[in-house]
Write a protein that binds this ligand. Structure first.
Ligand code: SOE
Length: 395
């Protein structure tokens, strides 16, 4: 029987690490989920035509463009998926929304609060015309994280007192790991803070259902120069013996304390120098009735402490979040068979296309992305002047 569901044409800008993650998501989503529309991998766009063509061949993109503007003029493209470094996000996203294309934009939403504000304004105006925008804080869609949000929202851990967020990686611990765009402030906006700190800020605000009100920050660049021209195809790249070194213009690590609007206090840490920690995105929340703890390095597990239990038997319970009753799991494997990093990207596009078909505004919205951007800017400002910064309309 032929599929009568309408196509949704996707045009993706960028083809590297995130390009691959998003490509597999677009391919996989209609196979595992009963979607109201069928995503079609219409075009991939990259300035390096040979590299983009290679990704197109591997993932099944139907055509290749070398200028993102060409995607906006094509009638067969409905969604622009932005997987490029942060300095390009605002221009592409705003032009796409104005051209009537739905937008999925990688995190952090932008490199500055001003850009993020313009993007959030463009998204609000586009929503009036039925055009949708989503910011790619993909970890929200890890089943254990989505389940943690449900537990907090249902009151299971009571009033929140402490939020502890860490994002620990070690791919720059080698002082000869090569320079890449992620270490260039003009392209990435900031370093560990924006790249991975943005995730813990978003996750903390999402799971707690609360907003950060003020911060005190600290930032550090441990290795000020790195080899130029090394292989940085993977995150750390291979240790380079190149003698020419160029400047690292972003932070290697950032830490900050926070006060939440609802009265909780938070401690956050983002670093690429936590030797041995590869992708330890951790969140622990302590409430009056219990606690929740999550670590992405054990991503199918959520720990729950129920303070209302008999103390003689109470303890952190290790919940394997792989039951069909847990978020997203029913579409996948039997209990205990586990999901991986890539599934969050699939869930992200599933929710995006479902919202587009329903005419609903997806989350995280560009306004959510802007909220994170304000916290990032406040941490940076605080790290410079040593004072507490409030998260206001302007950071
Ligand atoms: C690099 O630190 C990175 O790829 C981030 O950019 C991603 O957002 C994160 O998911 C994994 O680490």
């Amino acid at each position: 029987m032929s599929d009568t569901r309408p196509d949704l044409g996707i045009g993706m800008v960028g083809y590297a690490f995130m390009g691959a993650a998003h490509s597999q998501a677009w391919r996989t989503a209609p196979a595992f989920f009963d979607l109201p529309v069928t995503p079609r991998l219409s075009a991939i766009c990259g300035r390096d035509e040979a590299a983009a063509s290679d990704v197109a061949r591997r993932f099944g993109w139907e055509s290749v463009e070398t200028d993102w503007r060409a995607l906006l003029t094509r009638d067969d493209i409905d969604v622009i998926d932005i997987c490029t470094p942060g300095h390009t996000h605002a221009e592409i996203a705003i032009a796409a929304l104005e051209a009537g294309k739905h937008v999925l934009c990688e995190k952090p939403l932008a490199n500055t609060v001003e850009e993020a504000e313009a993007m959030a304004d463009a998204a609000a105006a586009a929503a009036e015309r039925g055009v949708r925008a989503m910011c790619g804080f993909t970890y929200r869609r890890t089943p254990a994280v989505a389940f943690a949000r449900q537990l907090v929202a249902s009151g299971r851990i009571g009033t929140i007192r402490h939020v502890r967020g860490q994002y620990l990686q070690d791919w720059l611990a080698d002082e000869d790991a090569p320079l890449s765009w992620r270490l260039d402030k003009s392209l990435a906006g900031s370093g560990a803070l924006g790249d991975i700190g943005a995730h813990i800020i978003d996750m903390a605000q999402f799971v707690s259902g609360d907003a950060i009100a003020s911060v005190n920050g600290l930032m550090q660049t441990f290795v000020p120069t790195r080899p130029v021209g090394g292989d940085h195809a993977t995150l750390g790249g291979t240790s380079s013996s190149a003698t020419e070194r160029g400047p690292v213009t972003v932070d290697d690590a950032a830490a900050f304390t926070a006060r939440f609007v609802g009265g909780a206090i938070g401690v956050f840490e983002a670093t690429r120098f936590a030797t041995g920690r590869k992708n330890a995105l951790r969140l622990e929340i302590n409430g009056t009735l219990g606690s929740l703890a999550f670590d992405f390095e054990d991503m199918n597990v959520l720990e729950l402490f129920d303070a209302t239990e008999d103390p003689s038997v109470a303890g952190f319970r290790r919940i394997l979040v792989t039951e069909p009753t847990h978020p997203y799991i029913a579409a996948w494997w039997p209990p205990g068979h586990g999901l991986g990093y890539e599934h969050g990207f699939t869930h992200q596009v599933v929710d995006l296309v479902t919202d587009i078909a329903k005419g609903a505004d997806p989350t995280p919205s560009f306004a959510d992305g802007l909220a994170v951007q304000r916290v990032l800017a406040a941490v940076e400002a605080s790290a410079v002047d040593g004072t507490t910064h409030q998260i206001g309309a302007t950071a």
